[in-house]
Design a protein. Structure first.
Length: 408
């Protein structure tokens, strides 16, 4: 509990009383976030900086993009990207000796980026005169304790004279989106993030965008040209939460992906995964006496653009392989990734071009008669039954990663 003012009849209210009330109210959300996220402490002069994206829970009826990516293509042919809403969080800005023990526990700051679609679109321009390529860096700048617009207030001087003055009694934290353009080159390097100003201004990298020659103002930005680097926030381990995210070597400049399979001017390599692909869902269901046809299993989320892992178990056990004619069995846990072969697939990104993920979970003899799939048009999870199935009770457990908005 914070320090609480308990006034009484005849109590003289002072400036510091109002300041205490205002401070507790204004920083309530940041203090809750400090409890839940537990950002890294101030170490070696480095302040922790993370981004809390605006990913929606559940399934959107208007768009399949419901993941956590901060920067996505705008969809327009005007060389622009779209920066979605997010909360930028600045960790405790100093050592315990300077901020105190309570400050070291909870003294974080945050600001929210929001606005209209037009305000959030960032144009990336490449000079038409060059024959080379370029990296641009989209970043967010957080300014702390910024004065809001002056407002007229009656102010009483020490001599007792009351007059109307323009004063700035309110402060807030702000987010500004900007771009640092890189240098043109056949093999361009990525530009550096602007430097922070301690206790005042902090810069957050959001995404690098690769502009291939000949990029013009009428060209769209393709998703595979967006290199996401926004430092995505996770719930702290002390909350008991179990987090799911790509290994950071999949996206950091010093990780294995960049070392062994670096970005080229043709776009994103296969080894790279984004830091925004966080979270995931688990679903389970029971199959019993389903008729031939396509059956809806789950549409509470959009199953597209996720890695999916499945486990299956029947009431009679899981055989090494379904080989007995006339019997209904379950395939073992999906263990391979043979795309398009009709075999089960344990990890597979579900696209939107009809190349749907599938897992054969039911078989009669050696023939698959029950296949899980993701509908590439609607994002729903379906079970397609193509043959007679002996009424064995079957349990299926699914694990799906967070969405990868910029997968394709």
């Amino acid at each position: 509990m914070e320090k609480r003012l308990v006034p009484f009849s005849g109590f003289g209210l002072q400036t510091q009383d109002l300041a205490s009330i205002s401070d507790n109210a204004a920083r309530a959300d940041d203090r809750i976030l400090a409890e839940l996220l537990r950002p890294e402490a101030f170490v070696g002069g480095t302040v922790a900086k993370v981004v809390l994206p605006s990913a929606r829970s559940g399934r959107s009826t208007t768009s399949y993009i419901t993941g956590s990516a901060v920067v996505i293509p705008s969809g327009a042919g005007d060389a622009s990207t779209h920066v979605r809403p997010f909360r930028a969080i600045v960790g405790v800005p100093g050592l315990i000796t300077s901020v105190g023990s309570l400050g070291a526990w909870r003294d974080i700051r945050s600001a929210i980026h929001h606005g209209t679609i037009a305000e959030a679109n960032v144009s990336l321009v490449q000079h038409a005169a060059t024959s080379n390529n370029r990296w641009d860096l989209i970043w967010a700048r957080v300014d702390l304790d910024v004065d809001l617009d002056p407002t007229p207030r009656f102010v009483k001087s020490g001599a007792g004279v009351v007059s109307s003055q323009n004063v700035t009694p309110y402060k807030t934290n702000t987010v500004t989106i900007g771009v640092t353009q890189g240098a043109h080159a056949g093999s361009p390097t990525r530009p550096a993030l602007p430097a922070d100003v301690a206790d005042t201004t902090y810069y957050f990298p959001l995404a690098f965008v690769l502009l291939q020659h000949p990029h013009t103002l009428t060209d769209p930005i393709e998703p595979e040209m967006i290199y996401e680097v926004a430092p995505t926030a996770y719930l702290g381990e002390a909350t008991g939460a179990r987090t799911l995210a790509p290994a950071n070597g999949c996206y950091t400049s010093t990780g294995y992906a960049e070392e062994t399979d670096p970005w080229s001017t043709s776009g994103r390599p296969e080894s790279h995964l984004p830091p925004s692909m966080v979270g995931g869902v688990s679903r389970f269901f029971r199959v019993h006496q389903l008729a031939i046809g396509t059956h809806l299993i789950d549409d509470s989320i959009d199953w597209r653009r996720r890695f999916v892992k499945w486990h299956a178990q029947s009431s009679t056990g899981i055989p090494a392989a379904p080989t007995t004619a006339g019997s209904s069995q379950l395939q073992k846990q999906g263990i391979d990734n043979s795309v398009g072969s009709g075999d089960q697939e344990i990890l597979r990104l579900v696209a939107t071009d009809g190349d749907a993920w599938r897992a054969n979970i039911l078989a009669t003899g050696s023939a698959a008669v029950g296949t899980l799939q993701v509908n590439a048009t609607t994002g729903a999870l379906e079970l397609v039954v193509t043959g007679d199935v002996i009424p064995t009770i079957c349990w299926v457990w699914l694990e799906a990663s967070g969405q990868w908005d910029n997968a394709e």
